[in-house]
Design a protein around this ligand. Structure first.
Ligand code: C5P
Length: 399
């Protein structure tokens, strides 16, 4: 395996030497790239001696560029590992900067990127760092989380570089996974997904909403796109990044979601309605903020029913294969079966919701129900639930 090891500034940089030693011993090729900060902690010569390769550190050094230009260098590895990844490096990478050789290589590659942060515990806990880490992960980068313990600065907490041996085995795992043939079962299929809540405005500042995070629908959209599907995602108001390769249409209310679905359902082979659509809305949104008055102890809102989007799609003659969701707090499967029939769906995914399950969480447990079959999935991440659901649907659509 060809490994490009990026070392940034921090006391943990000395542990990167052990990484190089372990990889070389296992027969891999290692090319080390150091930031200016890293060179304050370890001499490039140490890495050079272990890796048998000249350490690279400059974007503008003619002699270095002569040996292998930085674009060629970005293409060379099978994987890029950043260890230790300093807070500064993560911030620069998040911003897409290319102000030194290492950041430029990370920007100019399509290879798997793995980063192992190491820093003082307060720097690690800082909201800026946490946000940077989350964003990099949402771009598909893999984080090897820092460990807790005594730090070089004398403090105790999370921020120590993961142990070199565990970095080596995790990178090996990631690479063997990446070498597996990707599942392209949805190649050429067109999928329409609704996700998230809808917000029904009462006046310019208030609305009726619900606790749907949108995570399940977004996980489905991402998993389907990864399996080759052409995905249109109609998203209610949620705070989630757009899945890679997915066309996203943002809406706020049930009526807006209905309009977007009507414009898109006919081009889809499958529709999955994971949105928690509000059942009711106010007929007329107040033009100005509704005032509270001293003599009024009660306020009555009159609500009108929203159209049932998925039931509408299921009635169309050119309808796709329609999959709904039934989030219930009790008697989940029976309610779901009733809903499958009443709405005329091809399939329904039932799940229990309530404190700590289903909504707002990263895990879920779906029961997949068609007219003839009921399959209970095991509790797992929403991504894994999405993959199991997509496999089940595509088998059904094929038969
Ligand atoms: O009736 P209920 O809201 O429990 O049904 C849930 C299923 O119906 C989900 O798939 C949801 O996306 C869909 N739905 C819809 N339009 C509505 C209400 C629910 O598409 N107005």
């Amino acid at each position: 395996m060809k490994i490009l090891l990026g070392v940034s500034g921090g006391i943990a940089a000395y542990k990167a030497l052990e990484l190089v030693r372990l990889w070389m011993k296992a027969g891999h090729q290692v090319q080390v790239v150091m930031t200016e900060g890293a060179k304050q902690f370890i001499a490039p010569l140490s890495f050079q001696a272990l890796s048998g390769q000249r350490v690279r550190d400059s974007l503008f050094d003619l002699a270095q560029e002569d040996a292998m230009g930085h674009i060629a260098l970005a293409r060379w590895p099978d994987v890029i590992v950043l260890a230790p990844a300093s807070a500064d490096l993560l911030a620069r990478l998040r911003a897409g900067m290319a102000d030194d050789l290492l950041t430029t290589l990370c920007l100019a590659t399509d290879k798997p990127l793995v980063f192992a942060p190491a820093m003082n515990r307060l720097m690690w806990a800082n909201a800026a760092t946490q946000e940077n880490v989350q964003l990099l992960q949402s771009r598909g980068w893999t984080m090897l989380a820092p460990e807790s313990g005594e730090q070089a600065c004398g403090e105790v907490g999370a921020g120590r570089l993961a142990e070199p041996a565990s970095i080596v085995s995790r990178v090996a795992q990631i690479m063997s996974h990446a070498a597996e043939k990707p599942n392209q079962a949805w190649l050429g299929k067109r999928l329409l997904v609704t996700a998230g809540p809808t917000f029904e405005d009462l006046d310019p500042v208030r609305f009726i909403g619900n606790r749907s995070s949108g995570k399940m629908g977004f996980a489905i959209a991402q998993a389907a796109a990864d399996q080759g599907a052409q995905v249109v995602l109609i998203a209610g108001p949620v705070n989630l990044p757009t899945p890679k390769g997915v066309e996203r249409i943002n809406v706020r209310s049930a009526l807006a979601m209905m309009t977007a679905v009507q414009a898109n359902y006919a081009q889809a082979d499958v529709m999955i309605g994971a949105a928690a659509v509000a059942d009711y809305r106010v007929e007329q949104v107040a033009q100005q903020k509704i005032k509270k008055t001293d003599d009024q102890d009660r306020l009555t809102l009159e609500l009108v029913k929203n159209p049932d989007i998925i039931a509408w799609v299921a009635q169309q003659s050119d309808k796709p294969y329609v999959v709904g969701f039934a989030a219930e707090t009790q008697d989940v499967v029976n309610y779901a079966k009733e809903k499958l029939k009443r709405k005329g769906l091809d399939m329904i995914c039932a799940n229990q919701v309530g404190e700590g399950i289903g909504f707002e969480t990263d895990t879920n447990q779906l029961t997949l129900i068609t007219e003839n079959e009921t399959v209970v999935l095991e509790l797992s991440s929403k991504r894994q639930q999405a993959e199991a659901l997509l496999t089940f649907i595509i088998e059904g659509v094929k038969n």
